[in-house]
Design a protein around this ligand. Structure first.
Ligand SMILES: CC(=O)SCCNC(=O)CCNC(=O)[C@H](O)C(C)(C)COP(=O)(O)OP(=O)(O)OC[C@H]1O[C@@H](n2cnc3c(N)ncnc32)[C@H](O)[C@@H]1OP(=O)(O)O
Ligand SMILES: CC(C)C(=O)C(=O)O
Ligand SMILES: [Mg+2]
Length: 511
């Protein structure tokens, strides 16, 4: 059986999803999780885009040893040189050069003719090859390109040294049958195709990203580019978990294997969801909260008698936890540790102690502490930013009469206690105004959302916010059973990121 390479682009295309910005620490955390998951390639970023992205790629390249680390570059010398600089410490570095091949892109965006694009692609792949042996090339918008021109371009870049040819369905336009046909035609029309691996990179604008990727695999593609939870530009990319589990579940259909440790899919999905602030829809295939829950009597009857009646995958095979341990206020450290391990967390002693205390506090308020509550507790204890200001106390009065008022106490730099109060249009507004009086950094709130972690009146509420200051956006998260406290924690988290940026000068550095 052939090996299918899994090229994960969560940190590059995934981060292109509007609102998904990650800081360096979060990127490293996700890169480590992807490494453990067993991906073959991590596309860590697009180094030329910002000092922060350059630094993130460099740090991932320096740390990750078990898989290839890749950086994206346009077909120009500056991008390629910058990508090499960021990647040069990697054990297995790859530069990914791309240029558009479709008429609409060449004419209207690049303002170049076919000959110029061909020459640039050839020269820039050769330049990248001067640095490294592992070079990937993508003809952007391949699925809307003239196939004859595409074959010519691919032949030229293979001669120039490209070893992986990635065929993107950049705007998610292709239909599965058509995309499979394109891959088949590339095998028959590109003279030197035996010297390269064919890869595919499909977007989900019409909901076909996974179907198109799988059709390409059936026609000989041996690398699939994908992201955790399918995040990415616009409607996103093919979801890694769906591609991998399709191959696992239908070996009769796909004659390939992957080196993914599928039991780590669910924890990795949760990590990416928490760090990006993008919740996973409940009905999402493989990793959605309802993916293995059976609601109707007939289904429940079948699953009790024999799980295979309604489950085509074993939930354990993707790391979805199920335990007979019920966690509550009478649970001890062992049960707590065991449950965290089942959820894929291996905390340091200090993180564990803090998480355990938070669990006990929550258990006093809630009868039963669910897995999602635990994930939220761990996320709260692991907020990666160094705190310049810490929320110490908060008191709010509000209601349908009177003016919402908040009194806030913060512990500032060098342990200084700061206190103030403010009025607002609502309790959250009052809290944010009181905090602003103490921290004094002008910013604008651009996004605010509250999610209930579990059902029930005693559920934890998780708040995700974005603030903007001088054109840079910072996210913040906070969780608590009191959503006003969650809101305050999320605001402090975003403000501390903003202050770390001002201190370090890099938009994504917080450590
Ligand atoms: C399909 C994809 O996902 S492609 C990757 C998309 N990712 C990103 O864009 C990452 C974030 N981008 C950025 O930070 C910026 O756009 C940068 C740093 C990359 C470039 O910034 P700027 O130099 O200011 O250019 P800007 O983004 O406005 O325009 C893009 C330029 O690159 C050119 N370009 C686009 N793709 C390519 C390519 N593959 N090869 C060569 N040139 C290209 C465009 O024609 C345009 O050139 P022009 O300035 O001569 O008109
Ligand atoms: C850079 C390329 C591979 C891309 O992301 C796309 O075409 O969608
Ligand atoms: Mg893309």
């Amino acid at each position: 059986m052939d090996k299918l390479k899994i090229f994960d682009t969560t940190l590059r295309d995934g981060e292109q999803a509007a609102g998904a910005a990650l800081n360096i620490q979060e990127k490293l955390e996700i890169a480590r999780a992807l490494d453990l998951l067993g991906v073959d390639v991590i596309e860590a970023g697009f180094p030329v885009t910002s000092p922060g992205d350059f630094e993130a790629v460099k740090r991932v390249a320096g740390e990750i040893k078990n898989c290839t680390v890749c950086g994206l570059a346009r077909a120009n010398a500056k991008d390629i040189d910058r990508a090499y600089e960021a990647l040069k410490d990697a054990v297995a570095p790859r530069i990914h050069v791309f240029i558009s091949a479709s008429e609409v892109h060449m004419v209207h965006q690049l303002k170049k003719n076919r000959g110029e694009v061909l020459q640039l692609a050839r020269d820039m792949v050769a330049r990248a090859k001067g640095y490294l042996s592992d070079i990937e090339f993508s003809p952007m918008d391949a699925s809307r390109s003239d196939p004859e021109f595409l074959y010519e371009l691919l032949e030229a870049v293979i001669d120039a040294g490209a070893t992986t040819l990635n065929i993107p369905d950049t705007v998610g336009y292709a239909m599965p049958h058509e995309f499979g046909g394109l891959i088949q035609n590339i095998f028959t029309h590109v003279r030197n195709i035996d010297r390269a691996v064919i890869s595919v990179h499909c977007h989900d604008d019409l909901g076909f990203s996974v179907a198109n990727s799988m059709e390409a695999v059936r026609h000989g593609a041996r690398q699939v580019e994908c992201t955790i939870n399918g995040i990415g530009e616009r409607a996103g990319n093919a979801a890694l978990e769906e591609v991998v589990m399709a191959i696992r579940t239908r070996p009769d259909y796909y004659d390939v294997t992957t080196s993914i440790n599928s039991e780590l899919i669910y924890p990795t999905s949760r990590l990416v969801s928490q760090r990006t602030g993008f919740s996973v829809q409940p009905n999402k295939a493989v990793v959605g909260a309802n993916a293995f829950r059976h609601q109707s009597g007939i289904h429940q009857d079948g699953v009790i008698k024999m799980p295979k009646t309604y489950e085509i995958m074993d939930p354990h095979s993707v790391g979805v936890p199920s335990s007979s341990l019920v966690l509550g206020k009478l649970s001890g450290r062992h049960a707590f540790k065991e449950r965290l391990a089942e959820l894929g967390y291996n905390l340091s002693e200090a993180d564990f102690d803090r998480a355990f205390n938070a669990f006990k506090e929550l258990a006093d308020k809630k009868k039963e502490v669910a897995d999602r509550d635990l994930e939220s507790i761990v996320a709260e204890e692991q907020r990666t930013v160094v705190e310049a200001y810490h929320l110490d106390r908060l008191q709010v009065t509000c209601g349908d009469r009177g003016v919402p008022t908040a009194a806030v106490r913060l512990i500032g730099p060098e342990g200084v206690i700061l206190e103030d109060a403010a009025l607002g249009t609502g309790p959250v507004d009052a809290v944010y105004k009181a905090i602003n009086r103490l921290v004094g950094v002008p910013n604008r709130l651009t996004e605010f959302s509250v999610t209930s972690i579990t059902a029930g009146i005693d559920a934890i509420g998780e708040v995700f916010i974005r603030i903007e200051s001088e054109g840079v956006s910072y996210s913040g998260r906070g969780s608590d059973t009191d959503i006003i406290v969650s809101s305050a924690k999320a605001y402090m988290n975003a403000l501390n990121r903003l202050l770390a940026f001002k201190l370090n000068g890099l938009p994504t550095t917080t450590d």
